[in-house]
Design a protein. Structure first.
Length: 370
């Protein structure tokens, strides 16, 4: 499989942020009035936020919800930039939005989750951005579809957008969970692994869905080594026209950034750190090789069982046997301090591979057809 590539510029060449290690984008969910925008921008600039965000065009789930003030709000953002020296950013969802933002010299735009899920809209936006130098961040689609997310990035990059990054805002789920949107960090980690140079922001406001959890989601993002946060902050959240319970006041945001979060380094120049981490990683490499050898041995035995089932005309799937295996390894895993979810996911994957291997034997196929 050909490795996918993006031709992007590093974040330090975007001319949007200062030298502080944590990059923060903050502002209200939506621009509601001129006074609200200016007051929030004033308070946020006072705590050191230099990239101010506010939604003007808001794709909402239900009709009748606050869908933003539209073009009128661009003048408010421009005034905030002029008065308080902040850069300004807003969401775009169409060619017309892009054209209006470019005319107003907006400093950065982002593409929302609902728009990312529509390749036609993404292509329309990419075509409108062609020839411009504006930075663009792309939120993950509402569903956990990594290819759809990457496809949006590729469309923009092919249109010449090189100041390109992503925002992880979690995924919609039918299950009622602690957070509004399921972070599914493994998808974000996989994207980072595929494109290590891609600027990566996390939106703890939309993942959390409530101010009670914004700090813990923010810290998790920093623990994973992501560059920045996009956080919703309103001068008076109780009066907000949308997403009031997930918006911090500027004072709350300041306290969180100053006193409650710890920014992690990606590396250290300490000789002791380098020596110790090298030794520990070498041990992990040896264990990984042992795991692979054990998996190979298991698969060989599984294929032997498959051949025996074929000779005796026995069905592949033996649910009672598998239920007993899973119960046994879950109980064993608990003794090692491993969660049931972790053990179940690993052994279900192993079982699926074993079933597929035995299916090839019964069907007489020599290679997997996937």
């Amino acid at each position: 499989m050909t490795k996918r590539k993006l031709d992007i510029l590093p974040l330090q060449e975007w001319a949007l942020f200062d030298e502080r290690p944590l990059k923060v984008i903050a502002g209200p969910c939506g621009a509601e009035t001129r006074e609200q925008v200016l007051q929030t921008a004033s308070l946020l600039s006072g705590i050191g936020v230099n990239l101010f965000r506010a939604g003007l065009w808001k794709p909402r789930t239900y009709p009748g919800s606050f869908e933003g003030v539209g073009t009128e709000g661009l003048a408010w953002l421009e005034e905030a930039r002029e008065k308080y020296g902040v850069k300004i950013a807003t969401e775009v969802a169409s060619k017309a939005h892009v054209q209006e933002c470019l005319a107003a010299r907006v400093d950065m735009v982002w593409i929302g989750a609902r728009t990312t899920a529509n390749p036609f809209l993404v292509q329309e936006i990419a075509d409108a951005l062609a020839g411009s130098d504006i930075p663009v961040l792309v939120k993950n689609p509402v569903s956990p579809d990594l290819d759809l997310w990457i496809g949006a990035l590729e469309r923009l990059n092919m249109a010449g957008v090189r100041k390109l990054g992503v925002i992880h805002r979690g995924f919609t789920t039918f299950e009622k969970k602690q957070y509004r949107n399921d972070p599914q960090w493994q998808i974000a980690i996989e994207l980072r692994s595929m494109f290590p140079a891609l600027p990566f922001f996390v939106d703890p406001s939309h993942i959390a869905g409530h101010t009670d959890y914004v700090r813990e989601v923010s810290q998790r993002a920093l623990d994973l080594g992501f560059e920045g946060l996009m956080i919703e902050s309103h001068c008076s959240p109780a009066d907000a026209l949308s997403d009031s319970i997930q918006q911090l006041t500027p004072a709350q945001l300041d306290d969180m950034l100053t006193n409650q979060l710890e920014v992690r380094s990606l590396d250290s120049d300490s000789p002791q750190w380098k020596e110790n981490i090298h030794e520990l990683r070498a041990k992990i490499d040896v264990i990984d090789e042992t795991i692979l050898a054990a998996l190979n041995s298991r698969m060989q035995i599984s294929r032997q069982i498959g051949q025996y089932k074929k000779e005796n005309n026995i069905a592949i799937l033996q649910t009672s046997r598998w239920d007993a295996v899973l119960a046994r390894v879950i109980e064993k895993g608990r003794g090692y301090g491993l969660s049931e979810e972790f053990i179940t996911e690993i052994f279900n994957t192993i079982h699926e591979e074993s079933v597929e291997s035995q299916n090839q034997i019964l069907s007489g196929s020599s290679s997997r057809q996937r």
